[in-house]
Design a protein around this ligand. Structure first.
Ligand code: HEM
Length: 154
């Protein structure tokens, strides 16, 4: 269960990133070229947020199953002295939750804006902030916070 969740969580990260980057690209082109906010733009706004929400659900499940998290909350004093444990116990969950809240607010605000230009601008701003946070908090192989493989086998 734990390893399957970990592999799923690792894989969905690529979907979240791909949706975010492409939505931001579309928002940038739409905004700078004064395009109309099409059904496809709206679908990407919606599905990017949905992808992040799926990752959030898997993340919460993983949080309840992970031996790293269990150890962190059992031995919190030792946990807080270890960057890898503190990263998954506190930093990763807190900042990822923040990024998903930012993304959700951005999606909801963009939906309600009266003009197409404002929709693109809102998406561009909020989705870019979310992407920045997510990029920093992913445990890339090169991350100084915690390093994990880019792909896991099932
Ligand atoms: C867009 C949001 C998120 C992304 C892109 C993301 C990405 C990742 C990645 C790439 C890993 C490393 C997986 C591996 O070792 O192969 C990871 C680990 C982990 N994530 Fe997330 N995550 C996100 C949100 C969350 C949230 C919201 C939670 C908790 C509620 C969470 C909980 C965890 C836990 C507990 C681990 C480590 C589990 C372990 O090694 O035992 N993640 N995450």
């Amino acid at each position: 269960m734990y390893l399957t969740l970990l592999s799923i969580h690792s894989l969905i990260r690529w979907f979240v990133l791909a949706f975010l980057v492409y939505s931001i690209y579309r928002a940038f082109i739409g905004y700078s070229k004064n395009k109309s906010f099409s059904k496809v733009d709206n679908a990407f706004r919606h599905w990017t947020a949905t992808m992040a929400h799926i990752q959030l659900m898997v993340g919460i499940l993983l949080y309840t199953q992970s031996p790293i998290i269990k150890y962190f909350w059992k031995e919190t004093k030792i946990g807080l002295q270890n960057l890898d444990l503190t990263f998954y116990g506190l930093i990763h969950i807190f900042l990822m939750l923040t990024s998903i809240v930012v993304l959700t607010i951005g999606s909801a605000k963009a939906k309600r804006k009266p003009t197409d230009k404002e929709k693109f601008k809102t998406m561009l701003l909020w989705y870019s902030i979310a992407l920045l946070i997510i990029f920093i908090v992913i445990p890339w192989t090169f991350s100084p916070l915690s390093s994990r493989p880019n792909f896991r086998q099932f």
